[in-house]
Design a protein around this ligand. Structure first.
Ligand code: SF4
Length: 713
């Protein structure tokens, strides 16, 4: 079914278009999708009326309709046959098989032997229902999602410092009024390209941009000041800036006294970070440190924004605390055009972490170990609070516990490609292969389903309505644009049918996302992320509604922390954080830093974007960035093959020789699986608080690969 077109202000060709949002990242650009002229294809254009992207899209957005009607779409459930190949099955056969195996695993090994792995790409409705399915229908504590790999360090630090985690506590449009923006480990020119319009406006208004990154990225090239720090030293950098703020008398003493607690402990730690030490640790010159802190302190509005480069470390939470400490000490948080924010990555990375698919959480950003929170949610679900499982394993720990040794024997994966996205990949592949039951629920086969026993084909982004929450905390609507292929079902149908077979159908009798949303609103009411006042009609009328929004006559909350923070005393908390080495540092055997990241043409594990011809042609293979001096040392020429080895694996890449990367560092994109998977090299050191794996730093060595001679072939 194609949705009725929504009224648009401008004339044809947009007049018949449906307004919705791009399927990929957390910017959730507004798009208009309509019939292509004279073709059967759908055309995509940027929605000029959506106030986040203002009509701009990146190449992934422009090409997103290629996923609809794609020839690789799977249109019937698949079961793994005895010969190892897939065979098509009816929905009843596949669902009966899954439910029977899940029941059997539960009966033989206990409820926690079934696990669920969700995704930051799912709508709020699906994420909510998946959390409920795990806790009520399966009764397992073991549910987590791939957002744990994404924003969990920033989320944990914001919760501890501010009492609330919303990626950006202000609309993205506030960037254009900031005098200074500091980006730490963020490369929006490649990861959120339409966001650069806000930095352009900020610069035109006289603002300054500072970028801290080990690579001279496209974003760094546009900066007024580029701090090319050693990988894994953001924490020392932020502490060093706080040292200088203290030394130069730039701390906003009134703000610190009136609005915060814990400054003295953070001050005592920061005083160990004198500029000479910080220069030695980070490689950033003292003059640049002094310039950075002077610019930030003098700004009326100053923003510090972090992303995965600073966060995906075994000290990611402490690193974010150090940046927040600096923003608080300078008195910038909660002020106009200023503060701290995290640039969330996945399309619904924000909503996905609020509504119960995280091991330690219940809907509304409630905590599963909090008795009052358990009671509130249990009441909405019509179950006893005692029946709700307690906190389960975090994403990597859940995957590492798969198989007889770890105790988790069955896994349902929804919308996530863990066999590309997980660190220490060979170890996780072995765990996945050891499962009694691996069920993958997705639109396309991927590297994870290659190891699975059952594949359940479900609707994709433009075939099912629902809500998403973008990086600003703005709740928006994903609308139906295309008819799903025959044979494919919605996530909600799959969960309802499985719940019925597991004896819990009465609590999952939802047939539309709107029905789920109505219960979901009640389940969030009174929680930190309160969506009770948000309706589909309001989202349509207001171009999204910012949570918290506790009542239908509440305007929503675009800006947080102007008057008070979310801790009971209304104050923000400093957390003293010492710099410490990464889980693995370069040594004589493995002398280089490996850091990983994204291409603008691909998204996360590449499961979707590698299917889009234009994107695949633009970036067909992963290439290893290395400095010309390093390339010369190893006799590696541009485009020749280079082998990268860590203690966990070996991967070959084509060489991209560039002075944009430090001579002690190599960079690889992580969008490919199999033998090209960068995550064969990364390790499993976890942050002690967020349980974020250390994706951004591994110790490696490299060697040129001799082309195969005729006789070798
Ligand atoms: Fe916008 Fe992100 Fe989609 Fe690009 S991938 S069009 S930045 S939502």
């Amino acid at each position: 079914m194609t949705a009725a077109p929504l009224p648009l202000a401008d004339a044809a060709p947009a007049a018949l278009a449906v307004r919705t949002h791009c399927p990929y990242c957390a910017f959730q650009c507004g798009v208009r999708i309509g019939e292509g002229f004279g073709t059967d294809e759908l055309s995509v254009s940027g929605d000029p009326h959506f106030p986040v992207n203002n009509g701009e899209l990146c190449v992934k957005g422009w090409t997103s309709a290629a996923l609809l009607g794609h020839p690789r779409r799977v249109t019937s459930p698949q079961l793994r046959a005895a010969d190892g190949l897939w065979r098509a099955a009816s929905w009843d056969e596949a669902l009966d098989f899954v439910a029977e195996r899940m029941r059997d695993i539960r009966d033989r090994h206990g409820a926690d032997a079934n696990g669920v792995f969700g995704s930051g790409a799912l709508t709020n409705e699906t994420a909510y229902l998946l959390g409920k399915f795990a806790r009520v229908a399966l009764g397992t504590a073991n549910i987590d999602y791939n957002g744990r790999y994404c924003m969990s360090s920033a989320a944990a630090a914001q919760n501890r410092a501010f009492g609330l985690d919303r990626g950006l506590p202000f609309p993205v449009a506030d960037v254009d009024g900031a005098d200074v923006v500091l980006l730490a480990g963020a490369n929006p020119a490649d990861t959120l390209p339409p966001m650069t319009q806000w930095f352009d406006r900020q610069k035109r208004a006289g603002g300054r941009l500072i970028v801290a990154d080990p690579r001279r990225t496209a974003t760094a090239r546009a900066a007024d000041l580029f701090l090319q720090l050693t990988p894994g030293t953001d924490l020392a950098l932020a502490n060093g800036l706080l040292f200088l703020a203290i030394e130069d008398g730039l701390v906003d003493r009134r703000y610190v006294a009136d609005r915060t607690t814990g400054f003295e402990a953070a001050r005592a730690v920061a005083l160990n970070y004198h500029p000479a030490r910080v220069e030695r640790l980070t490689g950033v010159a003292e003059a640049d440190l002094r310039k950075t802190v002077r610019w930030l302190a003098a700004a009326r509005g100053a923003m510090i924004l972090t992303a995965r480069g600073a966060e995906q470390h075994s000290k990611g939470v402490d690193t974010v605390h150090a940046w927040i400490n600096l923003a608080l000490a300078l008195g910038k948080v909660g002020k106009p055009n200023g503060g701290y924010g995290c640039l969330t990555g996945q399309g619904n990375g924000q909503g996905g972490r609020e509504h119960g698919q995280k091991a330690d959480q219940l809907p509304g950003y409630r905590l599963i170990e909090n008795d009052a929170h358990r009671e509130a949610v249990a009441k909405v679900w019509g179950v006893s609070p005692v029946s709700l499982p307690r906190k389960g394993k975090s994403a990597f720990e859940l995957l590492d516990a798969l198989g007889p040794g770890g105790g988790v024997r069955g896994l349902l994966v929804v919308g996530s490609n863990v066999a590309v996205a997980s660190p220490h990949l060979s170890r996780i592949e072995a765990r996945l292969k050891a499962l009694d039951l691996l069920v993958v629920c997705d639109s396309f086969l991927n590297e994870t389903s290659d190891l699975g026993h059952v594949f359940l084909p479900v609707h994709q982004w433009a075939e099912q309505e629902g809500t998403m929450t973008n990086l600003e905390g703005r709740v928006i609507r994903r609308r139906v644009v295309a008819e799903p292929p025959r044979g494919v079902r919605g996530d909600l149908d799959v969960l309802r049918e499985l719940a019925e077979r597991l004896g819990h159908g009465d609590r999952f009798a939802f047939h539309t996302p709107r029905e789920v949303f109505d219960e979901f609103r009640r389940a969030t009411a009174g929680g930190p992320a309160d969506y009770a006042g948000i309706t589909y009609d309001r989202i349509d009328a207001e171009d999204g509604v910012f949570w918290p929004c506790p009542a239908e006559d509440h305007p929503g909350t675009p800006r947080l922390f102007a008057d008070r923070f979310a801790h009971p005393d209304g104050r923000a908390k400093f957390f003293a954080a010492e710099h410490r080495p990464a889980g693995e540092e370069p040594d004589p055997e493995y002398p280089l830093f490996l850091t990983t990241g994204r291409y603008k043409e691909h998204y996360n594990s590449g499961a979707q974007t590698r299917l889009v011809e234009k994107l695949r042609r633009a970036k067909p293979v992963p290439r290893l960035q290395l400095h010309p001096r390093l390339a010369h040392q190893h006799a590696i020429r541009p485009d020749s093959r280079v082998a990268v080895e860590s203690r966990r694996g070996r991967v070959e890449f084509a060489a991209e020789v560039t002075a944009d990367v430090r001579p002690d560092t190599v960079f690889a994109p992580f969008h490919w699986g199999g033998r090209e998977a960068a995550n064969r090299l990364t390790g499993a050191a976890l942050d002690p608080v967020s349980r974020m794996p250390e994706f951004k730093l591994a110790a490696v060595r490299i060697a040129g690969v001799r082309p195969a001679a005729e006789g070798d072939r």
